[in-house]
Design a protein. Sequence first.
Length: 597
Amino acid sequence: MSFPRFSTFPLLIRILFAASGLTLAACAQQPTLSAASADKPALSQSQAEEAAHQKAAASAAEHAAEQNLPKQDLTEALLYEYLLAEIAGQRGAVGLSAQAYADLAKQTRDPRIAKRAAEVALYARMPAAAIDAARIWYETEPSSLQALQALTSLLIGAKREQEALPYLQKLLQSDDSGAGFLQLARLLANNEDKALTLNLVRQLAQPYPGSAQAHFAVAQAAVGAGQSELALSEVRAAAKLQPDWDLPVLLEAQLLQRQSNTLALEHLAAFLARHPMARDVRMSYARALVAEKKYTEARAEFQTLLKDFPDNTDVVFAVGVLSLQLQDYALAQANFNRLLVLPYRDKNTVRMYLGQIAEEQKDFPEALRLYDEVVGGESYLRAQIRYALVLSKQGNLAAARAHLQQIEVDSESAKVQLLLTEAQMLRDAKQPRVAFELIGNALQSMPEQPELLYDYAMLAEKLDRVDVLETSLTKLIKLKPDHAHAYNALGYSLAERNLRLPEAQELIEKALQLSPEDPFIIDSMGWVLYRAGKSEQALEYLRKAYTVRPDPEIAAHLGEVLWVAGERSEAEKIWLDASKKAPDNDALNSTIKRFRP
């Protein structure tokens, strides 16, 4: 029997083909652009119209391609192979299904079969087979933009960037609007070699010196590769070519913020003076004002946003979150309650924030009610954890632990999050030994889980189990040699006990290399120097740490070194200020009592 199209398969074949539910995820599940472009179209209206025209043309081309599908003989072998592929997939044997589909794609050279083969191979985590199938799909349907995107994405996902280069060039050539360059960040986001990514993007952008999108893509890649000067140069080139485009403005503000928040504010304000309706720029400006603690000006920007975009749910949400950060609970609550009425896409997150507001205001029954109403989505686990923490705050530790233990999760990271929360509740209830046993038992089934190892070490320190602390942190350092806080914790523990001070200093120096701006590591460096009798050097580090973060334990260390150095009035002032903010801090109180009984 012969047939001109696969659509003339017998009814059973067509039902099986229609029933298959897998979709090619490689192109759909791409990372988003930077925060600067979140929730806003990157193109102007004319560019968007052009993009829509391109999409319509591509759709027409794909429809035309259907008229040129290969003619096949429906042999028994082909029918058997197809049924084998589908039934194996439905029964969970995805590897067998993927192999059968790969064979079918090679035999038939039919683009639909090749597409299906790529989908199943991707689902079966067989990237090489998926690439082979996608290549057949594109070769047999060269007009299909979807096939080109799929093949390109799969090659990049397999870290075969140079092989993907000609296909990336074809993608860019097929799109005159410049939107293709904005997809590069998504396609290349998972590539760990950021320097290689930057070189690749620069090669692709070179033929387009007059494209703002090309310069912007290079700027994004330069940010990822840590080349801030190049990023700034390229983003300014993009802004010069397209001065009304807000994405370069936002990215330049992010880069300027690393130098000075004031520079970023001036840059954003200048753009807003020319484009007062630039929503995302105004939101970024408001956030920068909050970071500078210019709360009055920030509130004025919120009011402007709400006036200009009263029913824009993204604006209402952003104002709610920023108001919550400012502890303006009335304004935050009003905006989140509006979102429950407006057609906002994620009401679970809104209820989560409303619960947080109630909790901050110590309305615990209302907080529990709102957390309980979070029934799904990304906020579900967080809401359940907050629910347990509220129970604990009410003094019902047993109920809080029972609530955490009954939550069903399907990932190790979620399970670890629940365990760490339970351990923290036990710490707060002055039951560190029970928390120590809890984490120790969890490590029996997850012996190399970094977060559990670190928490276990910190609990061991509380119980003066230096042997367990040292064993756990040494193991953690072997597993994660870039874990700055593991080096710091081990070094600080030794310094605190006046043990092996040269080794302690080396460990803290390593931590400082990995995280040079961390105030707690800077504090540890000051403390180990003090233990080694180098008080003058110690004060330099401790003053810096306290300036960055006036934490009560850092205050305890700085005050002690000042007191011993004879600067008692300054030590008294630091201790007094810290005591007002943290009157129950054990480390601070014990230090003060040692010197001022």
